[in-house]
Design a protein around this ligand. Structure first.
Ligand code: ADP
Length: 492
């Protein structure tokens, strides 16, 4: 196998800074590529939270003293527990501020995000073309989401340049800014024969779109499951970009994410009460009890305990949960949720927990330990997303013998094998899918779940089939590696 030098550009990186699945991917994919023998380096902005948390950061490279009027330098650390270099783009005026990577809070965006990520893209391009004084030239620059969208465009300006892959983790986040933001970025008027302020370029209904730059100019465009790759070609899921994505043709494909099977391992998980495995599933009960205690529910082991760990946004189907909860709590089901996000959802969920004490319990916040506890202790994990590019929690759940109940979209449908309705022949099924986004479809799925839960032998078959699935990153890394190789000249 050919080994390559790969620069991985992203706006989040576990465990330094993370708001969702992108942070997990940015940690695990480079690690899996490194295991395959590739030389991978990562680059992301030096946010204050990272500067505060890391005690030793080395200044590296040599950038011009000011770029676009900003003082910028490069710092270096390593990916946690590895020797994989992580470059941090240090620009105090743009990145050294309180809060998250995109705004003060998760539902706020900084006014100058076009400038912030525009500058980040320029620095990634300098590193990618060996113009940052690092004496290193990658073969591939792998860009992720809109924050890196200008990189494929900026790379086109250079004759000698690496190949570029652009991965869409969620098409709904497009990096849209005003025409004056576009002007302030001082991009060339025409790149590769494409006029940038035009619908064939970056213009999207009179706004500038970072994600379009990535889609138009990258050598290959990917998204994080094959199901989502098909769905985004339709008006229902395409967020207005379905036409452009269709025109991208064979440059566009889906590669499903993996999960960190070391971090998410019921046989070796420092966050959970009792370790267990496929042949000691009875021990999972102790984790159920731990969740019931933590969330002040009764200690009824018979009653089905459904958990959920999620950002609380429109996408994640929280409205469906709120509609279904009064009916769910009338059945023999308890419900626990850990999440944070939109204020109105947080409040409505807390209100539901107050209405059904001992049956519905909600923890608002981001908490790694409690996330592991729920995944290990719940009987089933609910993922009712309206759309889901890939999703990670359904894969964690299966690894823990916790049965996923999910809306059959995108990566959820790709990674869960549905049980046949009310049959004792469940074959290789690993979870329950509902195909219509409605409260009645969700409730019907729960009835199918209860049917299997009522029969311990069947239930164990379902749990074990999930636990036998291989969701490791090695498969995905191989698919990316093949894609990179296909982009490189034959002589490599
Ligand atoms: P998305 O990236 O759309 O948020 P994913 O399922 O791909 O959805 O990834 C979500 C990741 O964030 C998972 O690792 C999940 O465990 C984690 N997560 C989400 N909400 C919380 C929370 N409140 N506390 C701890 N972890 C969370």
């Amino acid at each position: 196998m050919i080994t390559m030098d790969i620069l991985f550009a992203c706006s989040e990186l576990y465990p330094l800074i993370k708001t969702g699945g992108l942070g997990d991917v940015a940690y695990n994919l480079p690690l899996a590529l490194h295991r395959q023998g590739h030389e991978v380096r990562i680059v992301l902005p030096a946010y204050r939270r990272i500067l505060d948390d890391l005690s030793y950061l080395k200044a590296v490279g040599q950038l011009a003293t000011t770029i676009q009027g900003y003082d910028v330098s490069l710092l270096k650390t390593n990916l946690k527990n590895t020797d994989i270099p992580v470059y941090l783009v240090h620009c105090p005026a743009l990145f050294d501020r309180p809060g998250g990577p995109y705004g003060e809070t998760n539902d706020h965006n900084w006014e100058d995000n076009a400038q912030r990520f525009g500058l980040f893209c320029r620095i990634v391009t300098l590193i990618g073309t060996d113009r940052a004084g690092l004496s290193w030239q990658p073969d591939i620059v792998h860009c992720n989401d809109w924050h890196t969208g200008l990189v494929p465009l900026l790379l086109k300006v250079y004759k000698s340049r690496p190949q570029c892959v652009f991965t869409i983790h969620n098409l709904a986040y497009q990096g849209l800014f005003s025409e004056s933001d576009f002007a302030a970025l001082k991009l060339p008027e025409v790149v590769n024969g494409v006029r940038l302020w035009d619908f064939r370029g970056l213009e999207f209904y009179r706004q500038m779109s970072f994600i379009k730059a990535g889609i138009v100019f990258a050598g290959a465009v990917t998204t994080v499951s094959q199901g989502y790759a098909r769905e985004v070609l339709t008006t229902q899921f395409g967020c207005g970009l379905e036409g452009l994505l269709k025109a991208t043709g064979r440059r566009f494909s889906g590669i499903v994410n993996g999960i960190d099977i070391k971090l998410w391992d019921p046989g070796n998980d420092r966050f959970i009460e009792t370790l267990y495995g496929i042949s000691s599933l009875h021990r999972k009960t102790f984790n159920k009890l731990a969740v019931q205690t933590e969330f002040h529910l009764g200690d009824n082991n018979e009653r089905l305990l459904i958990g959920m760990v999620s950002r609380l946004t429109e996408q994640k189907g929280i409205d469906l949960i709120l509609e279904a909860l009064p009916l769910i709590q009338q059945q023999d089901i308890d419900f626990v949720l850990l999440g944070s996000g939109d204020r109105q959802f947080e409040q409505a969920l807390q209100e539901a927990a107050r209405r059904y004490p001992g049956r519905v319990s909600v923890r608002i916040g981001y908490d790694e330990r409690v996330a592991h506890l729920i995944v290990a202790g719940a009987d089933a994990l609910l993922i009712p997303s309206r759309y889901e590019p890939c999703g990670l929690t359904q894969m964690y759940a299966q690894r823990y013998g916790t049965v996923p109940v999910a809306h059959g979209v995108g990566g959820l449908a790709d990674t869960i094998i549905d049980i046949p309705p009310f049959s004792e022949d469940i074959a290789d099924a690993t979870g329950v899918l509902f195909w219509e986004y409605s409260c009645s479809a969700l409730l019907e799925a729960l009835q199918r779940l209860e049917f299997v839960y009522g029969n311990l032998l069947l239930w164990r078959d379902l749990q074990r089939a999930g636990m036998r699935q291989d969701f490791s990153w090695d498969h995905s890394a191989q698919a990316y590696s093949d894609l990179y190789q296909a982009l490189l000249p034959e002589s490599m």
